[in-house]
Design a protein around this ligand. Structure first.
Ligand SMILES: [Zn+2]
Length: 394
């Protein structure tokens, strides 16, 4: 089903691009075959004509921003490609990292998310792509749709600060799904990388960081953004300040960071993932929703404390409305209570086993987790980001 739709979309795109090219005014210069920038700009128009936003479909070559940051002779090129948006509410620019190879006079251009992107990344010489970048670009993550929502990410500001959740889950460009993005501001207004990765300046005010597990995060509207082309960043590295920059389109009525969440080259819903031990949840419409830390709920306008990243073998105790969860001596409600663990606490998991069924916020589960202190709690009362064992079976 998905494949069929993709093919139809591509076919439509080719037809529409043909129409666009056909309307180039008389006298316009044909691009030289070796001009990679022109080839990338035309590829951006192919993307524009199938954009979710009606207004983006009207984008022309004047709305493209292609920056070639690296070249290897005439054979390879690398850089960023951005379609700027009108400076209006509910719109945001679209951007991709691209790799291009010239063979027999023709440039083959691949954008992030396309199958050929990984192929070109694997083939690109070291002069164009550093080893760490090649690894990131050729590794696809386990899609969150497959039930693994673990990110290892913190919130995009200093640990121990609390920032305002200005906008709950919404689309990268406002209302259209997936609701990949949230808006935040507060504290010292310094926007920091949510996890280690490789950073790229997509546009003035816009930084993209490519992480492991196929994840990428976008940070938009920044003031004083760093200027980087594949720089290694650590979790917590400074990227810029919250701001109202709309150089590449959209609108920002007051300073904030528009944090966008991508996996395997496309925006994906941010809900159910975890940043800074908070789990965003969608409302019925864009910008609504809330975030959960255990049973603690913060609505839009409320304040999110940055607890730091949840480890891949950790969980947040979520008693589904209570104040604590009983620790038991074995994997089931028939085992004796040997203590309790507070709602919102971080629990380190040693291994997991099946036991009696318990129903929590995320549904019923027979999985039980043995914590590193030897006590057991049901997985139904522990948010790990996965319905499966996260540290093996006991
Ligand atoms: Zn936003």
């Amino acid at each position: 089903m998905i494949d069929t739709r993709r093919r139809l979309g591509t076919a439509t795109a080719i037809l529409l691009v043909a129409a666009v090219i056909g309307t180039v005014p008389d006298g316009a210069q044909a691009a030289p075959a070796d001009d990679v920038t022109t080839v990338v700009r035309h590829k951006l128009i192919e993307e524009a004509v199938v954009a979710a936003d009606q207004e983006m479909r009207a984008a022309g070559l004047a709305d493209t921003r292609v920056t070639v940051t690296r070249r290897d002779g005439r054979a390879w090129a690398f850089g960023t490609a951005v379609l700027v948006a009108p400076q209006k509410e509910g719109l945001h620019p679209s951007g991709w990292i691209f790799i291009a190879r010239q063979q027999r006079g023709d440039w083959q251009v691949a954008l992030e998310g396309e199958a050929t992107f990984a192929d070109l990344a694997a083939a690109a010489p070291a002069s164009v792509l550093a080893r760490g970048e090649r690894d990131a670009f050729t590794t696809r993550g386990t899609l969150s749709a497959n039930g693994d929502y673990r990110t290892g990410m913190r919130l995009p500001f200093a640990l121990g600060q609390s920032w305002t959740l200005r906008g709950g889950p919404h689309g990268w460009s406002g209302s259209p799904r997936p609701f990949s993005s949230i808006d935040l501001f507060g504290g010292d207004q310094r926007v920091l990388a949510v996890r280690a990765g490789t950073a790229y300046t997509m546009c003035k005010g816009w930084i993209r960081v490519v992480h492991d597990r196929g994840y990428t995060t976008d940070y938009y509207h920044l003031w004083n953004n760093i200027n980087v082309d594949g720089a290694s960043v650590s979790a917590g590295s400074y990227l810029g300040d919250t701001g109202t920059d709309i150089t590449c389109g959209g609108s920002a009525s007051s300073r904030h960071v528009h944090l966008g969440f991508r996996q395997n080259g496309a925006y994906v819903a941010i809900a159910t993932h975890n940043l800074g031990k908070w789990v965003p949840r969608e409302g019925s419409t864009a910008y609504e929703g809330y975030a959960l830390h255990g049973s603690k709920r913060v609505n839009v306008g409320g304040s999110l404390y940055n607890y730091g990243a949840l480890g891949f073998t950790e969980g947040i105790v979520d008693s589904y409305g209570g104040t604590s969860v009983s620790r038991r001596s074995g994997p089931g409600t028939g085992y004796g209570v040997v203590g309790s663990i507070a709602d919102g606490a971080t629990a380190a998991i040693a291994c997991s086993s099946s036991g009696t069924s318990v129903t929590g916020r995320w549904g019923a589960s027979t999985l039980w987790n043995k914590l590193t202190d030897g006590t057991w709690i049901p997985d139904a009362y522990l948010y790990t980001g996965s319905a499966n064992p996260v540290n093996g079976s006991c």
